[in-house]
Design a protein around this ligand. Sequence first.
Ligand SMILES: C[S@@+](CC[C@H](N)C(=O)[O-])C[C@H]1O[C@@H](n2cnc3c(N)ncnc32)[C@H](O)[C@@H]1O
Length: 248
Amino acid sequence: MTNSPIPRVGGKKLLRKAICDRFPEAQKYDRYIEVFGGAAWVLLCKDKHAKMEVYNDGDGELVNLMRCLKYHCEELKKEISGIYNSREMFFDALEQLQCRGFTDIQRAARYFIKMRLSFGANGNEYGCSKKPFQKSTEYLSIVSQRFTSVIIEHKNYDDLIKVYDRSTALFYLDPPYYGTEKMYDVSFSYDDHIKLKQLLNSIKGMFILSYNDDPFIRDLYRDFKIEPIDRNNNMSSGRYKELLIKNY
Ligand SMILES: C[S@@+](CC[C@H](N)C(=O)[O-])C[C@H]1O[C@@H](n2cnc3c(N)ncnc32)[C@H](O)[C@@H]1O
C-alpha cells in the first residue's frame, strides 16, 4: 500500500480500505480495472489486486502524468526539482499548460505542480499551503515502481468497459458524482449516469461502484446491492454519506 502522489477532487484516500474490504475473494477475478482512475487511491491501496491491472482516466493531462511517472520517473523528478511552493510558480505552470511545444515530461511536471499547489486540487486557485512542495515528491518513485505492471489507458468509460469485460473481471468505478459532473476537465453528463448504468446491467464481470447518496442514484441502481457508508469530510469536518453498489 502506498499514498498517491497527487490529490484529486473526489479522491478515495479516506475510503480506500473500506472499498477494498468489499472486493470479492481474490480467486474470483484475475483482472482488475479502475475505470475512473483519478489519483489511483484504490489501486495503490494494495501491492497487487490481480494478475492484470488497468488504470484508466478520460483526462489526458492526468493520464500523461501517470505515464511519465511509470516510464520516466527520474526525468520527471529532475523537471520539478527546482520548484518550491509559491503563487508565481503555480500560475506559471497553469499558463504553460495552455502553450504548445512542451514535451510530455515537461507537461506532466506542470500538471503535477498544478494539482499539488491548487486549493483542494481544484486546479485553478492557489492553495496557500505551508507544506514544502518538495515533500510532495516523496511518493513518485514508489508509485512508479507500483505502476510497472499496470496498464495505463486513456479511454472514455464506455469503450474501456467493453474492451476489458470478461467473466473474471472486477471493475472498480468512481464516476463524477451526480450533481458534480463539472468538477473535471472531461465531459460527463446526466445521460452518462444513465448510460453507465445500462452498460453495467449487461457486463459479464463483477463491479463495485462509488456514488454520492442521492435519491436519483438509489432509484437508478435499485436492482443492485446498495450499501451506504459514512466518511469524514476533510473540508467541512462533517459526515458525508456515500454509496457502494455491487453486482455480486
Ligand atoms: C471521482 S474521480 C475518481 C477519483 C479516484 N477514484 C481517486 O481515488 O483518486 C472521477 C474521475 O473520472 C474521470 N472522468 C470523468 N469523466 C470521464 C469519462 N467520460 N471517462 C473516463 N473518465 C472520466 C475524471 O477525470 C476523474 O479523474
